[in-house]
Design a protein around this ligand. Structure first.
Ligand code: AMP
Ligand code: ZN
Length: 465
């Protein structure tokens, strides 16, 4: 199969480039994963979804067994220590619980599991090995139980973020400490108090700084240099700049990864998401509560809403956008199911879809190609709608089994019967006959009807896939 030309925007060169893997047959990608101390918010969902689409595309272009995708789990961090203490549980309990929720959230968003999800706490030996090499090479120094990276030891530090020196110094100055030799030097290792998690090291009992974790995990699982490194745009400086400094100076390589990709930021209803602004939305809340826009949203709807904007653009996440995505996805699903009529969707995505994605993940144009299939009329309609099904699967917007469900039961909802059952249930509730009211709800659920009891005493309903 001739491989279509894949072009990716590289933050390092600020241009869209032809993608050429280091090893022609195997692609290696690393994406910075979550710090597991609390529910992931919908901003965190963005890189997970964006790089999942890239992972799917790479698997299509290079073969499933020829793509290694590593997304780490940061399970040692001062925010974790503080939260565990606040909740009165152990660090391990907190990180296990948070990680379980994260995995369930991103699975609901249609994301494939990465090849490896390494945990920072299982790579302390690699971190110590890198730090020792940096010290031996004159790129780091120990002071007061700390080890710091010496930024002046790397002449081309700052190539990724291209920030003016005074800005970098101001950014690094947040952390003023007597043991720092240079203003921009950053922590590789720090001492732990007895109450804090710590590991024995040549510099005493301590724990790693954040940046060193990713250098260690990417090295262990992908090697000294690899193809693609991703994350949100906020990570460019200092996190990625410092990862590059550590890895390149340790292994004496011209690059850490060839291509650096960054997703734009997400804001909610026109505002920066923050706890204090009260517009902080977690993935979990969107999927399991009616807090946002007064209704539950399904994973595929969230995913579609996210993919309608190009990954490098900022996204304004609104309930209107979710509502639009829901309508669109419902229409696509209905058409694909009717055309498939219980058959499995074809295994291959359409050429138009692949070509759009291969152009720096142009998901907007990819989704336009799905609409073209949807809008096909006449003789070709059935084939086009079956292809639509395959494309929905490829994009992670539907599962094969969901598409195979015949659509008949879904469209032929007997509205009068639904209303009669709802009225009977309201009457049962008024009579405080809870057993009967539950029975009627179950009957409706069996018909794929979800109920919503409103504050004014009415009940509204919708058909759930
Ligand atoms: P953190 O847990 O803050 O390190 O973030 C995990 C990932 O989510 C990183 O790749 C961040 O860049 C990304 N991220 C955090 N907040 C947002 C946001 N509001 N919009 C887009 N990406 C975000
Ligand atoms: Zn990282």
């Amino acid at each position: 199969m001739p491989t279509p030309r894949l072009r990716l925007y590289n933050t390092l060169t600020r241009t869209k480039e032809d993608f050429v893997p280091i090893d022609a047959d195997n692609v290696r990608m690393y994406v910075c994963g979550p710090t597991v101390y609390d529910y992931a918010h919908i901003g965190n969902a963005r890189p997970v979804i964006v790089f999942d689409v890239l992972y799917r595309l790479l698997r299509h272009l290079y073969g499933e067994k020829h793509v290694a995708y590593v997304r780490n789990i940061t399970d040692v961090d001062d925010k974790i220590n503080a939260r565990a203490a606040e909740r009165g549980i152990s660090i391990r309990e907190l990180t296990e619980e948070t990680n379980r929720i994260f995995q369930a959230d991103v699975k609901a968003l249609g994301c494939l599991e990465p090849t490896v999800q390494p945990r920072a706490t299982e790579h302390i030996a690699e971190m110590i090995a890198i730090i020792e090499r940096l010290i031996a090479g004159g790129h780091a120094y120990a002071a007061d139980g700390h080890v710091l990276f010496s930024v002046p030891s790397m002449p081309d530090y700052g190539r990724l973020s291209r920030r003016p020196l005074d800005e970098m110094i101001a950014g690094a100055r947040v952390d003023v400490a007597p043991y720092k030799k240079g203003d921009m030097d950053f922590v590789l290792w720090k001492p732990s108090a007895d109450s804090e998690p710590g590991w024995e090291s040549p510099w005493g009992r301590g724990r790693p700084g954040w940046h060193i974790e990713c250098s260690a995990m990417s090295w262990r699982h992908l090697g000294e240099t690899f193809d693609i490194h991703g994350g949100g745009i906020d990570l460019v400086f200092p996190h990625h700049e410092n990862e590059i400094a550590q890895s390149r100076c340790c292994f004496d390589t011209p690059v850490m990864a060839n291509v650096w990709m960054h997703n734009g930021f997400l804001q909610v209803e026109g505002e920066k998401m923050s706890k204090s602004a009260g517009n902080f939305v977690t993935i979990h809340e969107l999927l399991h509560s009616e807090k946002f826009g007064g209704q539950l949203w399904s994973g595929p709807v969230l995913r579609l809403a996210m993919l309608r904007t190009h990954y490098r653009q900022p996204i304004d996440f609104t309930s209107k956008a979710l509502e639009d995505a829901r309508k669109k996805l419902d229409a696509w699903m209905r058409a694909a199911r009717l055309a498939l009529d219980g058959e499995a969707a074809a295994p291959e995505p359409s050429d138009d879809l692949v070509a759009a994605l291969a152009d720096d993940l142009n998901t907007h144009s990819a989704l336009t190609s799905l609409d073209r299939l949807f809008n096909t009329t006449g003789d070709g309609q059935s084939d086009a709608h079956r292809q639509l099904g395959a494309d929905l699967v490829f994009l992670g917007l539907a599962s094969r089994s969901e598409l195979k469900k015949p659509h008949a039961g879904f469209v032929s909802v007997d509205v009068d019967k639904v209303q009669a059952l709802i009225d009977a249930r309201l009457a049962a509730r008024a009579a405080k006959n809870w057993a009967e009211s539950d029975r009627l709800r179950d009957e409706l659920v069996a018909m794929s009807i979800t109920l919503k009891d409103n504050k004014d005493g009415t009940t509204t309903w919708e058909v759930k896939r």
